[in-house]
Design a protein around this ligand. Sequence first.
Ligand code: PGA
Length: 251
Amino acid sequence: MSNRSYYIAGNWKMHMTRAEAAKLATELAAQLKDGKHKYLAAPSFTLIETVAPIVKGTNIRLGAQNCAPEEQGAHTGEVSVLQLKDLGVQTVILGHSERRHNYKEDDALINKKVKLALKHGFEVILCIGELLEEREAGKVETVCETQTVKGLEGVSAAELANIVIAYEPVWAIGTGKTATPEDAEAVHAFVRKVIARLYGADAAEKIIIQYGGSVKPENAAQLMAKENIDGALVGGASLKPETFVPIAKFA
Ligand code: PGA
């Protein structure tokens, strides 16, 4: 048994209007009130201001799904950490596979965002994970190690306390295909070893490593039972209280 606490995060992706987001946030706040773990809701940028007052003072943190690699300036279409801070955002998800693969974000860009977000006091959920062809080619560890090492380049030991890692095998995201608890655990244990090499055994023991990729009420408990799985980053199932709450309160 580890001393780490569980952290269940909802990545709402590009879903919902303000009214829908307010309804979901209100229901989650009520139903998770007695939840024992750490929680996060990460709505689209345009919904953050709506969700912020609803989750304020609850056990649900406020997250964003991305940020610009610069503080401010001529960056059309981007959103800055200063603007997110102004809205009360506490956590930023970075390096999500949809950003890496659909929007061609590379490790250097993600690292720049990670350092900027940390500099401004945000908690960062750094997502890593292999493509199906990389898994089939036996490259899971190489890919996850590279994304971890490069994503954290220049991050100090003190700053690491504000880092959460989310292992999300790309082939499991939004596909209904979940990694088996054993396969996920193997990667989580490996990533923890990489952290130990970079920051020492103590830091590795403390860091939260979430699993993401088709987490559902039916598989949450088996995943969380694994020694090195400390929570979940949930996409599809985070959009409804009926599916997110049972995951958040897994038994
Ligand atoms: P999913 O998404 O739960 O819909 O597979 C997870 C994620 O992308 O964070």
